[in-house]
Design a protein around this ligand. Structure first.
Ligand SMILES: Nc1ncnc2c1ncn2[C@@H]1O[C@H](COP(=O)(O)OP(=O)(O)OP(=O)(O)O)[C@@H](O)[C@H]1O
Ligand SMILES: [Mg+2]
Length: 139
């Protein structure tokens, strides 16, 4: 896997959830793509962009409109439910950002998450982790 990070990586975000979103994209690149996976994070002054790239046959144009819908799984060879991209989108939207995808035979497939660098966390995010619940000992 090729990983490149540019800029100041100190970013205001829910790191647990952003890591979950990145994990979903990398897992997809490994499961549904071919060849090397590339991860590139660009931390600019105003915004953060994280791209995950893989090769293989492009995602068909007709699948693009529903790709981020829940249960929009296309790959019969895998056992996933088709929720990974929906979760990625929900997490990035909760940060006030956007997720994009480009896919072609020549360039391969790239998913891109982008959000504003500062003050980008939403306080009413359902996804936010609350305090860790106390562990009740079993009798
Ligand atoms: N990087 C990728 N390259 C090619 N196709 C992809 C890629 N990422 C997603 N897809 C296609 O989009 C579909 C939806 O992806 P999504 O992550 O939502 O579900 P999944 O990977 O099938 O299952 P889950 O993520 O719930 O385990 C996949 O089934 C696959 O066909
Ligand atoms: Mg997936």
């Amino acid at each position: 896997m090729d990983i490149a990070i540019t800029g100041d990586p100190l970013v205001d975000c829910d790191s647990y959830r952003i890591a979950q979103a990145l994990g979903n994209l990398v897992r997809n690149a490994v499961q549904h793509g071919e060849g090397a996976v590339g991860v590139c994070a660009r931390c600019q002054e105003q915004q953060v962009t994280v791209e995950v790239h893989n090769g293989a046959a492009p995602i068909p144009q007709e699948a693009m409109a529903t790709l981020f819908y829940p249960f929009s799984r296309r790959d019969e060879g895998t056992t996933g439910l088709g929720l990974g991209l929906h979760i990625v989108q929900a997490i990035v939207r909760a940060h006030g950002g956007t997720v994009g995808v480009s896919s072609s035979l020549k360039e391969g497939t790239t998913f891109e998450m982008c959000w504003a660098k500062a003050h980008s966390r939403s306080d009413d995010v359902l996804w936010r982790r609350g305090p860790t619940p106390p562990v009740t000992p079993t009798p």
